[in-house]
Design a protein around this ligand. Structure first.
Ligand code: PAF
Length: 333
């Protein structure tokens, strides 16, 4: 009898162990780390969570994605992109800002006042030009999945109200690590100071820089109104964002999972763009409510002053220099 009970118990344990994977859901075969540089309130995070949700659901839990916001995996976007190459980051959601340092032809989107509006932006990014630029990541150990967005960049500073070009002269402004952006500000008489994003809030707080430039969702969700009084709606550069996976990771996926990643990224990108656009429209008022003074300077003198940047950097685009004219022409359609 004693042996009989023992056999029944052993049998039950064996059945439970056998059934566990089916009842509790399959354990992930692949766990990936997704990193971005901004707070959880930012549209990047919404896009990242949507990508995670879709990939995990469509792979039946075989691929798990953990999202690390707020520069937890690096000091800023250049560092996160380097992490993709080194294997410390598997998936990146972020701007193209530092990409010109990896592949010069990415500088294409950094020319000042290149994009008129979002319609112009997405006819370029969702067309052949966008696909071509995204494909250049392949040569850099990365695989570009889809275009998200950061938004049009605007200037903030702690010193004075900006009504026109003379007002920006002499300001010390943090820029991304991007030589076209830096040249643009230099042309306008600004002292451009490139810096990793994780250092910017403290630098603004301590007054080692006077200002910075970023899209409205970043300015609001990173609470820059606590350290910046003046916002000028300069919309000087459109900042595209991308969802990128490390090439080694992407290459290791089955065909079925590759397709799931691509579809999930497209769907998450469309969702993220909507969230970002809504934030861009709504958060100007929120910034005013938080004490910022907002100006809308006449942009024509800024555009005129920045023309020299086109001549200075066109050559850096090499065989793709003609794409600059194509983008301008698309804006006129
Ligand atoms: O200014 C930057 O570095 C970027 O715009 C940011 C804030 C990391 C978002 O992409």
């Amino acid at each position: 009898m004693k042996y009989c009970i023992r056999s029944v118990v052993l049998l039950m344990v064996a059945v439970l162990l056998f059934c566990a994977p089916f009842t509790a859901g399959a354990a992930p075969k692949l766990s990936l780390k997704l990193g971005h540089a901004v707070p959880e309130e930012n549209a990047y995070h919404y896009g990242a969570l949507k990508f995670k949700e879709l990939v995990e659901a469509k792979t039946g839990g075989e691929v798990q994605i953990d999202v690390f916001p707020n520069n937890q995996l690096g000091t800023g976007e250049r560092d996160l992109l380097e992490g993709l190459q080194l294997g410390t980051v598997d998936v990146y959601v972020g701007s193209t800002g530092p990409m010109g340092g990896f592949e010069k032809r990415f500088l294409l989107f950094d020319f000042p006042f290149l994009f008129k509006d979002k319609k112009h932006v997405y006819s370029v990014l969702d067309g052949e030009i966008g696909q071509h630029i995204l494909s250049l990541l392949g040569g850099k150990g990365m695989h570009g999945l889809a275009w998200m967005e950061n938004g049009f960049r605007n200037l903030t500073n702690a010193k004075r109200s900006i009504g026109g070009v003379p007002d920006v002269k002499g300001l010390k402004i943090r820029t991304m690590e991007n030589k076209v952006h830096m040249a643009m500000w230099r042309t306008l008489g600004v002292d451009p100071t490139p810096m990793a994003w994780s250092e910017v809030f403290t630098a603004l707080q301590q007054g080692t820089i006077d200002g910075q430039e970023n899209p409205i969702p970043v300015i609001y969700t990173s609470k820059l109104y606590e350290v910046q009084k003046h916002l000028a709606l300069t919309r000087h550069v459109f900042s595209p964002a991308m969802i990128v996976v490390a090439k080694t990771v992407f290459d290791s996926l089955s065909q079925e999972h590759k397709k799931i990643f691509e579809d999930a990224a497209q769907e998450a990108a469309l969702y993220q763009r909507q969230v970002c656009d809504k934030m861009e429209n709504e958060f100007v008022d929120s910034l005013k409510q938080n004490g910022m003074e907002v100006t809308t300077p006449d942009l024509a003198p800024f555009q005129e002053a920045c023309k020299s940047v086109y001549e200075e950097f066109r050559g850096e685009l090499g065989e793709d220099a003609g794409l600059l004219d194509q983008i301008i022409a698309i804006g006129k359609e």
